[in-house]
Design a protein around this ligand. Structure first.
Ligand code: FAD
Length: 383
């Protein structure tokens, strides 16, 4: 059986590895000129790391070698006062890693001749013999038994399958970078998220290795804003000037050319992830805002579950239905909870934000640990 995978991000590459593990043939088609990630670093949570271990123990080892281990997640005020957080329990740590390193590691597990770049998906066509033909913008095509759409939140595969679907703008734009900066020892192996004193203002940071720190910084604004690169650093220094000194320290040394900006959207949850021989995985199926740091982790979970569900002896619709049934509830819960967090960060008015902070502080550790356990668990039973 042969899979045509459109989109060579985390979801596409992980799906390819899962299917190769099951003895299937795969071809991955990426529109960009190279398999390279958009974005600076990514935080892999215990569920994403466990998927990597399931795909291959060596894959996990390599990720842990190249990324920074995170043992503590900390939520604070902009001045560093603790609001909440969690410590890794029973070895269930997280890992902050350069996206480029993660993509490199995943790619290295797929035969080079199965990876194609500069191939922009245009359309697909179901053939009477139950094969599927995929057409690319350069006029070429590929044929397989099924098509996996892993082409991200703006998926063209999904567009053909389900038509136009609504995105939601979270109200926040986000700057991100990896900066050569050594975090003070009290922040080692810790990922901090600090909430500011105006709407949508927040900074998250953690070390991807002893020399480099990854940060993201959000801000409440209209979408489609443009940066003036000449004064971007001053603009950020000004926005985040009240934050704890470590934040202004690493912002100060951030090379302006390293800073990326994205408006934060999600996809209004959809309940159909497959049709006939086509199936969606990752952001194409369940794009979420990054407030729980789960988009990529959920992409990994979906990739792994789909590859486990595909049974070469059963028909594809049954396998896809099982995949969707196993994954949809958890993925949607994360989209919904993550959306709620962005709206909490966006609260208008100092009084409301003060009450919000008090309420968060009152949540017992046991309660937040229990809800994290659900996010981190891989509760899937395969036959
Ligand atoms: C600011 C920010 C911070 C985040 N932080 C985290 C985090 O810490 N942890 C986490 O788990 N998640 C995080 N996420 C979410 C995470 O980045 C995504 O969920 C993840 O990248 C989804 O992977 P994907 O492979 O489904 O899609 P994508 O990463 O979007 O990959 C899609 C691929 O398909 C290709 N493609 C697109 N169109 C076509 C086409 N027509 N033909 C062929 N190829 C095509 C693209 O070039 C791309 O390579 C964050 C997101 C943002 C915006």
């Amino acid at each position: 059986m042969k899979a045509i995978i459109v989109g060579g991000g985390i979801a596409g590459l992980a799906t390819a590895i899962g299917l190769i593990n099951k003895g299937m043939e795969v071809e991955v088609y990426e529109s960009a000129a190279a398999f390279k990630p958009v974005g600076a670093a990514i935080l892999l949570a215990p569920n994403g790391l466990e998927v990597l271990r399931q795909l291959s123990g060596e894959l996990l080892d390599e990720v842990m070698d190249r990324g920074g281990r995170i043992d503590q997640m900390l939520l604070t005020t902009y001045q560093g006062k603790r609001l909440g957080g969690s410590m890794a329990k029973e070895g269930k740590h997280s890992c902050a890693i350069h996206r480029a390193d993660l993509i490199d590691i995943l790619k290295s597990r797929i035969p080079a001749n199965a990876l194609h770049v500069g191939k922009s998906f245009e359309s697909y066509q179901e053939n009477p013999d139950h094969t599927i033909q995929v057409h690319f913008e350069d006029g070429s095509h590929a044929q397989g038994d099924f098509l996996v759409g892993t082409d991200g939140i703006k998926s063209q595969v999904r567009q053909q399958m389900l038509g136009d679907l609504p995105y939601r703008y979270s109200g926040q734009t986000c700057w991100r970078a990896i900066v050569p900066y050594q975090l003070p020892s009290n922040y080692q192996n810790t990922f901090v998220e600090a909430w500011g004193k105006t709407r949508g203002l927040r900074v998250g940071f953690g070390a991807v290795n002893p020399q480099d720190v990854y940060f993201f910084a959000t801000y409440f604004t209209e979408p489609n804003g443009q940066d003036n690169r000449a004064n971007l650093k001053d603009h950020l220094m000004n926005l985040y000037q009240d934050f704890m000194p470590v934040v202004t320290d690493f912002l100060q040394v951030t090379p302006v050319e390293a800073i990326l900006r994205n408006d934060i959207y999600d996809l209004v949850p959809i309940h159909q992830w497959y049709h006939k021989q086509t199936v969606l995985v990752g952001d194409a199926a369940h794009a979420t805002t990054p407030n729980m740091g789960q988009g990529g982790n959920q992409a990994l979970e979906s990739a792994w579950v789909l590859s486990q569900c595909i049974n070469t002896k059963a028909n594809l619709s049954e396998s896809f239905a099982q995949y969707q049934q196993m994954r949809v509830k958890k993925a949607h819960k994360i989209v919904s909870n993550s959306w709620k967090i962005s709206q909490m960060v966006n609260l208008r008015g100092g009084l409301l934000r003060g009450l919000r902070n008090k309420a968060i502080q009152m949540v017992p550790d046991k309660v937040s640990q229990a809800s994290l356990r659900k996010v981190y668990a891989l509760d899937y039973k395969f036959e």
